[in-house]
Write a protein that binds this ligand. Structure first.
Ligand code: MG
Length: 278
């Protein structure tokens, strides 16, 4: 049993009372940064619907947001590759990209020849789209791979004809003016709620014939969807540009208690601020 002065975790009741009353807040660590309020974003009505700040690239009606979009077939609200790749008219750098795709219901071909398309980030880095449902191929070429750079962490395919969801977090590479890589690109991919790529460090653009190596390019680039001869279906494609949090350093990091000792005048100021908040 516990004595009257202690609760279950051994903390003196007096300490808990002090914490609750704010006495311990003097020990609080502060970053010294004044952060801007995070943007208000209204989520979609479902988790796959575009949030209020999303740029919608395909909502089932037309492919006007894409170069060559008129060449693809739109049927029953889905887009089906024909003839050539399509490339977004708008360019993006760091982004959150949502797209949904379905492998053809009619199974034709095998390996890389079955339900093949792809999503090229910046038009260069391919996140593979492939019917990987009971369809063996090389692992760094199956659905969710960065083609010929890494296999995905899982095979999370739904059956042909069912819809797969890709949620991609992309950090674009950065280059110095002399072409050196300051920071490589990174891709995180979740397919159907399953983590497929965990902040994977891109080695360079996707190539079928060459080892990947970076060539400097702009900070933004278009999204491209591959035409590989297969009737893969796409729907519900939207992007959110990633903007890092912003803040202003107003002081070095500090501990409230230390600061009180070092700067007695600040104590009054802190109390005033606390008063103002009431
Ligand atoms: Mg492909």
């Amino acid at each position: 049993m516990f004595s009257a002065g202690f609760l279950r975790f051994g903390l003196p009741v007096a300490a808990l009372v002090a914490a609750a009353s704010g006495t311990l807040s003097a020990q609080e660590w502060k970053s010294g940064i004044e952060w801007q309020e995070p943007a208000l974003v209204t989520p979609g009505t479902t988790d796959d619907a575009p949030p209020s700040d999303a740029i919608v690239l395909f909502d089932g009606t037309n492919l006007d947001a894409w170069h060559n979009g008129e060449k693809w077939k739109i049927q029953d609200g889905v887009a089906i590759p024909q003839e050539t790749a399509i490339t977004s008219k708008q360019s993006f750098g760091d982004m959150q990209l949502h797209l949904e795709w379905s492998a053809p219901t009619e199974i034709r071909g095998e390996g890389q020849g079955r339900g093949n398309s792809g999503c090229y980030l910046m038009g260069l880095y391919e996140v593979q789209v492939l019917d990987s449902f009971e369809n063996p191929t090389y692992f760094d070429g199956q659905a969710g791979s960065i083609y010929k750079q890494t296999p995905p962490l899982a095979n999370a395919m739904r059956k042909p004809g069912e819809w797969n969801y890709y949620d991609i977090i992309f950090n674009a590479p950065r280059f110095r003016s002399n072409g050196d890589v300051v920071k490589p690109g990174y891709v995180t991919l979740i397919q159907n709620g399953v983590l497929m790529l965990n902040h994977f460090e891109l080695e360079g653009p996707t190539s079928f014939v060459d080892a990947p190596h970076y060539k400097p390019h702009a900070e933004t680039g278009p999204i491209s969807l591959q035409f590989h001869g297969d009737a893969v279906k796409f729907r519900n494609i939207w992007v959110r540009e990633i903007k890092p949090p912003t803040g202003r350093r107003v002081s070095a990091p500090f501990n409230l208690e230390q600061k009180k000792k070092e700067e007695p005048k600040q104590e009054e100021k802190t109390e005033t601020t606390a008063e103002e908040k009431k």
